[in-house]
Design a protein around this ligand. Structure first.
Ligand code: PRT
Ligand code: MG
Length: 214
């Protein structure tokens, strides 16, 4: 049995065409079913649905053999111990610093002011601002980061941006592009040794179906 860990939503949706390229068809719709284990047309392949941030954990501890997860998740929570054979070029977005139009971020940085930044990505944010030599107080949040500057709790946020609509709707502007993000195929090292052929088949099919990284 090969177990693939995915999160509901964009990761699941964008992984489906790759699975199809490997001849794998998921037999239930996660938006309609309450099941957390989804069968596929291949009796020896199943999909488990977990929180996006839990995908690396499931793969690392063998709850799943392979998984698909954002680079943001891997960087923030660590992907050590996972084999990462392929950038799938899906669920693309970028990590950015954003601030309200009324906050002069460039000037604050120039003057060496201490700024308060709210984010779910404290690890990535700490490293980014440390490399720039910016003094930050980080506030850890678990969602709706955009609200923090609007309520006066923070000067800026670090979050993912894809279309930019969320920032716009909340009167925030992007002031720094931190890094491009896409999703990565991750594999349990022991599973790769024990189930080499079926896992290789999936990696190869995903590779064929993935555009080469630019
Ligand atoms: O939503 P939930 O709390 O259940 O879990 P999650 O946010 O961890 O999962 P999900 O499915 O939203 O994201 C899974 C992965 O998709 C992330 O780890 C990223 O690698 C990738 N991804 C790609 C994104 C986005 N694009 C994205 N736009 N993840 C989140 N967003 C959010 C962003 O945080 C912001 O709130 O969408 C909003 C901005 O979108 P735009 O289009 O308005 O700019
Ligand atoms: Mg989300």
């Amino acid at each position: 049995m090969i177990t693939l860990a995915l999160s509901k939503g964009r990761i699941f949706d964008e992984t489906l065409p790759l699975l199809a390229a490997a001849g794998i068809e998921v037999l239930e719709d996660p938006e309609k079913s309450r099941k957390l284990i989804l069968p596929t047309n291949q009796p020896h392949v199943r999909v488990v649905l977990v929180r996006a941030t839990d995908v690396p954990t499931y793969v690392e501890y063998g709850g799943a053999d392979i998984g698909v997860t954002g680079k943001d998740v891997l960087l923030e929570h660590g992907g050590a111990g996972l084999y990462q054979p392929l950038d799938l070029q899906i669920a693309k977005c970028h990590m950015a610093v954003a601030a309200p139009t009324g906050f002069d971020y460039a000037r604050a940085i120039r003057q060496g002011s201490r700024i308060t930044v709210a984010t779910k990505y404290t690890h990535i944010a700490r490293q980014f601002f440390a490399e720039k030599g910016v003094h930050v107080d980080l506030i850890k949040l678990y969602g709706s980061m955009e609200l923090a500057p609007l309520t006066g709790m923070a000067d800026a946020i670090v979050d993912l941006v894809s279309t930019g609509k969320t920032l716009k709707a909340n009167d925030l502007v992007e002031v720094e592009h931190i890094m491009d993000i896409s999703s990565q195929l991750v594999v349990n090292q022991a599973a790769l040794k024990l189930k080499t052929a079926p896992i290789r088949r999936i990696i190869d099919a995903f590779t064929q179906a993935t555009p080469a990284a630019a």
